[in-house]
Design a protein around this ligand. Structure first.
Ligand SMILES: [Zn+2]
Length: 247
């Protein structure tokens, strides 16, 4: 249905196109991932200013034609997350968060919860990057965000009972193929998860992003492996690592 569209959106990617235009991938609450072209945006007098850059939260006015690409006709900043832009780790974390959302939720299917989650994560990165000039951005927060994306995608790992047979005791491993923790009898194709990683996953899923628990690097490594194997088996998707190696 061609015509005007008004929506909030977070810019996931912004790519140069032709002489003066940009192609945007944005994530919206009610239309999922949307691609749009902004014309003349790279001219100095563009009415869009610099706000069509990654991570901006905007109120967008779009025109929908026959094609898949909408046209940006207006853009107003809701939040530019300015502090985040001065911190290399926060920028990197924001890029990984946007990449994960864009790839796990790449269709027009509405997931308003995912939009809200992404906005909360960007706000949190913005706050953490400013805190006493010292970045507190780490792997635990990035993994908690991914676990919540899995939950929104209907792929939350089963943690309460063996994902193979339903046994509630002796849950020793994690199997991406089975979709959660597994018992000794079902352990084929699983890896040892360990209590700390298990507790992190359960807590991170139960608490808001602002209350993400801490955990050792070893435990977080196992959590990341559990998330990666779940995504590979059930969404055929490989995301980039949750954090840069130097982090
Ligand atoms: Zn079992």
């Amino acid at each position: 249905m061609p015509g005007p569209v008004k929506t909030e959106a977070v810019v996931l990617r912004s790519m140069r196109y032709g002489e003066a235009d940009r192609i945007l991938h944005v994530y919206t609450p009610h239309r999922g991932r949307v691609s749009a072209i902004a014309k003349g945006v790279r001219r100095t007098r563009s009415r869009f200013g610099g706000r069509l850059e990654p991570f901006f939260r905007l109120r967008l006015e779009l025109h929908e034609g026959r094609g898949e690409l909408l046209t940006v006709t207006g853009a107003h900043t809701v939040d530019g997350y300015a502090r985040l832009r001065g911190d290399a780790r926060a920028l990197d974390a924001a890029a990984r968060a946007c990449d994960a959302v864009g790839r796990l939720f790449e269709t027009g299917e509405p997931h308003p919860g995912v939009f809200n989650l992404l906005c909360r994560q960007l706000s949190l990165l913005d706050e953490q990057s400013a805190a006493a000039g010292r970045s507190s951005i780490g792997r635990a927060g990035a993994l908690a965000f991914r676990l919540k994306l899995l939950l929104a995608a209907g792929l939350a790992p089963q943690l309460g009972a063996c994902a193979g047979c339903g046994e509630r005791e002796h849950l020793i491993g994690f199997s991406g193929a089975a979709g959660g923790v597994v018992c000794g009898a079902c352990e084929a194709a699983s890896f040892a998860l360990g209590e700390e990683a298990y507790a992190f996953m359960a807590d991170a899923l139960a608490r808001p992003l602002t209350e993400t628990p801490e955990a050792s690097d070893q435990a977080l490594g196992r959590v990341e492996r559990a998330i990666s194997e779940t995504l590979e088996h059930h969404a055929h998707l490989r995301l980039m690592p949750a954090t840069a190696k130097t982090g």
